[in-house]
Design a protein around this ligand. Structure first.
Ligand SMILES: *[C@@H]1O[C@H](CO)[C@@H](O)[C@H](O)[C@H]1NC(C)=O
Ligand SMILES: *[C@@H]1O[C@H](CO)[C@@H](O)[C@H](O)[C@H]1NC(C)=O
Ligand SMILES: *[C@@H]1O[C@H](CO)[C@@H](O)[C@H](O)[C@H]1NC(C)=O
Ligand SMILES: *[C@@H]1O[C@H](CO)[C@@H](O)[C@H](O)[C@H]1NC(C)=O
Ligand SMILES: *[C@@H]1O[C@H](CO)[C@@H](O)[C@H](O)[C@H]1NC(C)=O
Ligand SMILES: *[C@@H]1O[C@H](CO)[C@@H](O)[C@H](O)[C@H]1NC(C)=O
Ligand SMILES: *[C@@H]1O[C@H](CO)[C@@H](O)[C@H](O)[C@H]1NC(C)=O
Length: 830
């Protein structure tokens, strides 16, 4: 029982323990998670030289750490949901912050407080359901604020923009914006640009936007109000309409005649520049529009993106007055029923006035001549990016009969034109034409002769398929664009030319400058230029700006030197496209390097000079070395070495040969006498008789009791085998002699052979075959160690280590000399 209870207690203790441990683990886990989300704030290092940190599309879910010196921080299109209090501390230098396209729902009230240098803030396309005036209180430098497309329905109070005294560009609103109240925009004055997306606006207090003045440009989206609440639309437009404020209206679907009121409101307030974006309308609504604008001071009407649902029957408005209209601009228009569309024949009331008409990218395939004739004031016609052909252009320009007589600029780029001679004929009688843009067409060849109006100054035939140029080009032209063709050479003189564009062709070198005595700007990027030099540029008398990057430069020494010294440091010609676009294409090891940064060595650049200088230096060094070697007797040492090695080999062979014979038997001489040829007389007259034939000399007869054994001497003259190499002879003579006697004299020192002998004896000595006293030195004349040249170190060593016998000059001391010599030679006998 007791035991049981105890067991239970123990078990409970265990369980408690377990719970506690689990709790601990859980706490530490959750704490760890917290700390990891705190500490492991990701960082973004995509910063460039201008301190622009582009962290867009980085997948960040919170504001990443970025260097605090950043000036621009682009965090757009991430998944950031919250900007915390301390996310942007230290960013006091930040000028631009872009948080567009995140999922921002929460911004801490003081999150932007440190950003007092901030000039541009983009919070568009997020999930902000309410705006907080505290966000912006410290942003005194802010000039540009974008709050578009967030789900807030009103701006809220207190007024959010109160502190933004420098604000110049403001964008607000979105699909959810339903209400704008008076005072919402208090604090905002003087705007350059105001954008309001209010497609779903249902409540607007008159005067809300009127407080903003002056107002540079207004862009409004008022889709629903235009359809359902025309009074509201009128009120809004009345509040922003001023004669000098261009107004852009977006996303309108104009149907019926309901919408007239707001347009009339604008006309009444004398708006002069009106732009529609993303507009759809019918014939009826166009007539209504024209009626609404009757007599208005409207000067320019632009439409970007229009869908026309009618057939072009607008003549019902033929009574209206549009004489103030100066410019019609239409781009990206779509005519739904293009085959039913009638020409603008009845539109004289409209077409009579404008000076500028643009009909761009709208699938226009012809403008009938009759319509052209209505455009009597036309000075500027842009029909680029349409479906015109040579034939329909002929119609449009009335077969070149000089209609459109005031035309100054004609732009029909981006059409399927093929015949340049047709074009020149059509414009020939446009006597005021100065600009002709026929770029991005299909011209592939040039006729030999063309006739252009003499006023033509700007001609653009870029992006065609020209292979060569001919005298067809007008000689009066001042600006000529022939880029992106297939040209290889330029051979035509154009005396008036100021600017020439030749990028994207196949030029291998610059065109000759003398063709263009007045040229100031030359653009010839992305060709196959290899190089150019000072003389090339000097041939252009007046060239100031050159753009010639992205070519296949050969980084030769001349070019690199010219580029780095002549061009970079501001000569007469200025490289306007930046040094970094000049990159070496060859040689291979320099490929990809900037021409301005390349360093070529002297060896590469002055090869001939380099080679000749190195030869001279090598020759000089060689000579010096030879002289030095000669001075240091190196050749002598070499010869010695050689002989010594040879002799040593020979001696080893002989040793092997006589291994079996007793060495004593081989010693056939008592002494080998080494002497200089010039001391031969002494040897023959004194030494040989005295030692080989003792008793025959007078001295010895004085003491007949003392008889000497005749010694057997080895003399090279007498005992050397003829035909054998002399060194071998000497070696074997030494080996076969007990002793070597050196007769030292000045003569000996000067005789090379004697030196060899000496050295061999030395070798013999230290090979240890014959004991220490194998050498006997006899000095024929007083000769101190210092008289021996230093390089005969072995002789000097021998002289200091071995006692030597001096040949006395006095007759009476010679007996003693011979005795000493004999005893020295006989040591072994004893
Ligand atoms: C950042 O990069 C994106 C493309 O990744 C680009 O669209 C955007 O313009 C860049 N932002 C800046 C400020 O240059
Ligand atoms: C954001 O998150 C969503 C899902 O949560 C994901 O589909 C999307 O790719 C993310 N966007 C980026 C830029 O990481
Ligand atoms: C306008 O508001 C209605 C309802 O208030 C909504 O259904 C619609 O999506 C909104 N329009 C846009 C373009 O968001
Ligand atoms: C153009 O406006 C219509 C409403 O008229 C809108 O539904 C559409 O999304 C807009 N298109 C663009 C590209 O903004
Ligand atoms: C306007 O057009 C009508 C026919 O639609 C015509 O009867 C009338 O004369 C025209 N008025 C003017 C001023 O051209
Ligand atoms: C002609 O139109 C093209 C494309 O719209 C444009 O790039 C070019 O500048 C225009 N040329 C002139 C002379 O206005
Ligand atoms: C010539 O036309 C092209 C394409 O239309 C354009 O990009 C270029 O700027 C034009 N050249 C000049 C000198 O205006």
């Amino acid at each position: 029982m007791v035991q049981n209870q105890l067991d239970q207690e123990v078990r409970m203790g265990w369980q408690l323990n377990l719970c506690f441990t689990l709790l601990l683990v859980f706490i530490s886990l959750s704490w760890g998670q917290e700390s990891s989300s705190e500490d492991e704030r990701p960082s973004c290092h995509h910063c460039d030289l201008h301190l622009l940190c582009n962290c867009s599309y980085g997948g960040f879910t919170c504001v990443p750490m970025v260097t605090e010196s950043a000036l621009t921080l682009d965090l757009s299109f991430n998944n950031i949901t919250v900007v915390r209090d301390d996310d942007l501390t230290d960013h006091t230098l930040l000028r631009v912050l872009n948080l567009q396209g995140n999922r921002l729902a929460v911004i801490h009230p003081s999150a932007f407080d440190p950003l007092w240098s901030l000039e541009a803030l983009d919070l568009s396309e997020n999930q902000l359901t309410a705006l907080n005036n505290k966000w912006f209180t410290k942003l005194g430098a802010l000039q540009k604020l974008n709050l578009l497309n967030n789900p807030y329905s009103c701006l809220g109070s207190p007024p959010v923009f109160q502190g933004l005294i420098r604000l110049r560009k403001l964008a607000l609103g979105g699909p959810a914006l339903t209400e704008l109240k008076k005072g919402d925009l208090s604090g905002v004055t003087q705007l350059e640009e105001l954008t309001v997306h209010a497609n779903n606006l249902t409540r607007y207090e008159s005067g809300t936007l009127a407080a903003i003045w002056p107002l540079g440009h207004v862009s409004l989206s008022l889709h629903e109000p235009f359809l359902t609440n025309i009074a509201l639309a009128s009120t809004v437009l009345r509040d922003v309409s001023y004669p000098e404020t261009p107004i852009t209206l977006e996303d309108l679907h104009l149907a019926g005649n309901l919408f007239i009121q707001p347009i009339e409101e604008m006309a009444k307030r004398r708006v002069r520049h009106m732009t529609f974006r993303n507009l759809s309308l019918s014939d009826g609504s166009i007539v209504n529009l024209l009626v609404a604008l009757n007599g208005s001071p409207l000067a320019s009407l632009s439409v970007y993106g229009a869908t026309l649902m009618g057939h072009g029957r607008w003549e019902k408005a033929n009574w209206t007055d549009h004489k103030n209209i100066d410019e019609f601009f239409v781009k990206n228009a779509v005519v739904l029923d293009v085959f039913q569309f009638v020409s603008f024949l009845q539109l004289k009331f409209l077409l009579h006035y404008p000076r500028k008409v643009s009909l761009i990218n709208s699938k226009v395939f012809v403008m009938p001549c009759d319509t052209s004739r209505l455009l009597v004031n036309l000075q500027y016609l842009d029909m680029s990016d349409n479906l015109l052909t040579d034939m329909t252009v002929e119609e449009t320009l009335c077969n070149g009969d000089g209609s459109l007589k005031d035309l100054r600029v004609l732009n029909i780029s981006g059409n399927a034109l093929k015949s340049l001679s047709t074009m020149s004929r059509l414009v020939q009688r446009l006597y005021k034409l100065t600009h002709l843009d026929i770029s991005r067409t299909d011209y592939s060849s040039m006729p030999q002769q063309c006739s252009w109006p003499s006023t033509l100054r700007h001609l653009n035939i870029s992006g065609a398929k020209l292979i060569t140029i001919t005298p067809c080009l007008p000689t009066t032209v001042q600006v000529l664009d022939l880029s992106y063709n297939d040209l290889k050479a330029f051979t035509l003189a154009l005396p008036d030319l100021l600017e020439l564009y030749l990028s994207g062709n196949k030029f291998l070198r610059l065109p000759p400058g003398w063709l263009f005595p007045n040229l100031q700007t030359l653009t010839i990027q992305s060709n196959t230029l290899n190089m150019f030099g000072r003389s090339d540029l000097q041939s252009f008398g007046r060239l100031q700006n050159l753009q010639s990057g992205q070519n296949k430069f050969v980084c030769s020494c001349d070019f690199v030197a010219f580029f780095q010294s002549g061009l970079k440091e501001g000569g007469d010609v200025h490289l306007t496209d930046g040094e970094e676009s000049y990159v070496c294409d060859s040689p291979l090891y320099l490929q990809g390097q900037q021409v301005g940064q390349v360093h070529l060595s002297i060896a590469e650049c002055h090869r001939v000079l380099f080679v000749s200088v190195s030869c001279v230096i090598a020759l000089f060094v060689g000579t010096v070395v030879c002289v030095l070697l000669w001075r240091l007797h190196a050749f002598w040492y070499l010869k010695m070495m050689c002989a010594w090695l040879k002799a040593k080999r020979g001696s080893r062979r002989r040793h092997q040969l006589r291994d079996d014979v007793s060495s004593e038997a081989l010693l056939s001489y008592d002494a080998f006498v080494s002497y200089s040829e010039r001391d031969a007389s002494w040897v023959e007259n004194f030494l040989v008789p005295e030692l080989e034939n003792p008793g025959e000399t007078s001295e010895d007869s004085i003491n007949p009791s003392y008889s000497y054994r005749p010694l057997n001497l080895c003399l090279h003259k007498r005992d050397f085998l003829p035909g054998q190499w002399i060194v071998d002879n000497i070696m074997s003579a030494m080996e076969r002699s007990r002793r070597t006697v050196f007769i030292l004299s000045e003569n000996f020192v000067q005789s090379d052979w004697c030196r060899y002998e000496l050295d061999f004896s030395h070798f013999w000595l230290f090979d240890g075959q014959s004991g220490k006293d194998a050498a006997i030195l006899i000095l024929l004349e007083p000769l101190s160690k210092d008289d021996v040249p230093k390089r005969f170190c072995k002789l000097r060593k021998l002289m200091s280590s071995t006692t030597y016998l001096e040949w006395p000059q006095e007759e009476e001391r010679r007996g003693e000399f011979w005795r000493s010599l004999r005893s020295a030679l006989r040591v072994e006998d004893d």
